[in-house]
Design a protein around this ligand. Structure first.
Ligand SMILES: *Cc1c(COP(=O)(O)O)cnc(C)c1O
Length: 360
């Protein structure tokens, strides 16, 4: 068997130990003679898996008891639509900070159903910087404030939770959840599609303060209401059982890595070493303002863009996969989520140095 170093932005690399455990368990899960994919989501055995995954996530992130944790479907994109429908009333405003592609999409979806205001927009910097907090036009009466702590495409990360007064903060943490410690109590809602840093696609984690759960609109079909999902243990209908199970294995793996504090330190080292290599080179460059450089998505360009194709081809030949930047920004992007080892980042840095030596 040969594994590559997979720098995909998502769906992304999963820990090999987790894949091997899943493989071993597939034909005969817990002595049932069936795989976990073939059992009822309402069976005792599966409920135990589901509850343990939630308990482990609560422990890893330090999620207080007055927060509900939901394991849903529809991706982060579904939450773009459901959050304004559930957490604001017609006529109320909702505030959005736009720092790149994903926050822009979230705002656009909210504008379909509500008066969604852009409090500040990083367009002027081509989304390589975040507008200064002093210039945000916040509405103190907004039903909530929404932002994207890590813009997966642009590689822009807001490292501190912004102070927006008493307005509940909603955060799309699809690419940054579990990558470093966060103070959950600062947030009204944290949500994340699983396919970057949690597990396989098909699962979406939503962490919501219970007073907001209670506040969710009741004029919506139950499948679109957070309260019905929270009350129903995320089993209003058939949940994505395999993804939930695999996320549970990833949570166990994270605990074995020293939890979020341990993995966060490793992520910091990975990011620092990659940015240091980029900054030390005249051939590679990262466009993002230093204070907002992402720990998990590192875009970089080559001084000679006509060499992009050669760079990617030689990287692939060296087992360094999926380094092509998003089509909207070009260049390269290395996504270095939890399951990317320090060894993988070192291999990338060594490859970049060798490429520069032979092509610059
Ligand atoms: C990938 C991503 C999304 C889209 O997630 P889906 O699960 O495909 O809907 C949204 N927001 C961020 C920050 C992302 O990284």
């Amino acid at each position: 068997m040969s594994r590559v170093f997979n720098f995909s932005a998502g769906p992304a690399v999963l820990p090999l130990e987790v894949l091997e455990q899943a493989r071993a368990e597939i034909p005969d899960w817990q002595g049932s003679g069936m795989s976990v994919m073939e059992v009822s989501h309402r069976s005792k055995a599966f409920i135990a898996v589901a509850e343990e995954a939630e308990a482990d996530l609560r422990e890893l992130m330090g999620i207080p008891d007055d927060y509900a944790v939901m394991f849903l479907q529809g991706g982060a994109t579904m939450q773009f639509a459901l959050l304004p429908m559930n957490l604001s009333q017609p006529g109320e405003t909702v505030d959005y900070l736009v720092t790149g592609s994903w926050s822009k999409k979230a705002c656009k979806e909210a504008q379909v159903v509500r008066n969604a205001r852009v409090v500040a927009d990083g367009a002027e910097s081509s989304y390589t910087d975040v507008p200064a907090r002093d210039n945000w036009q916040l509405d103190p009466d907004a039903a909530y404030f929404h932002y994207t702590p890590n813009e997966t495409i642009g590689g822009v990360e807001i490292h501190d939770v912004p102070d927006v007064g008493d307005v509940p903060i909603l955060a799309d943490m699809s690419s940054t959840i579990l990558s470093r410690p966060v103070d959950v109590s600062r947030f009204g809602v944290i949500y994340a599609g699983a396919q970057k840093n949690i597990g396989p696609a098909g699962l979406t984690v939503v962490i919501m303060r219970r007073d907001l759960v209670e506040r969710t609109a009741d004029d919506l079909p139950s499948i679109m209401r957070y309260k019905s999902h929270a009350d129903g243990g995320s089993m209003l209908n058939t949940p994505p059982t395999f993804s939930w199970y695999l996320a549970g294995l990833v949570f166990k793996w994270l605990k074995a890595q020293g939890g979020i504090a341990g993995i966060g330190e490793r992520n910091r080292r990975k990011a620092e070493s990659l940015y240091a290599a980029i900054d030390a080179s005249d051939f590679f460059a990262n466009p993002v303002a230093r204070d907002y450089r992402s720990w998990v998505n590192v875009p970089f360009t080559l001084a000679k863009p006509d060499l992009d194709g050669a760079f990617l081809a030689q990287a692939e030949a060296a087992g360094l996969m999926n380094l092509k930047g998003h089509r909207s920004v070009g260049g390269m992007r290395a996504s270095i989520y939890n399951a990317m080892s320090e060894e993988g980042v070192r291999a990338l840095i060594d490859f970049m140095a060798e490429f520069e030596r032979t092509h610059a």
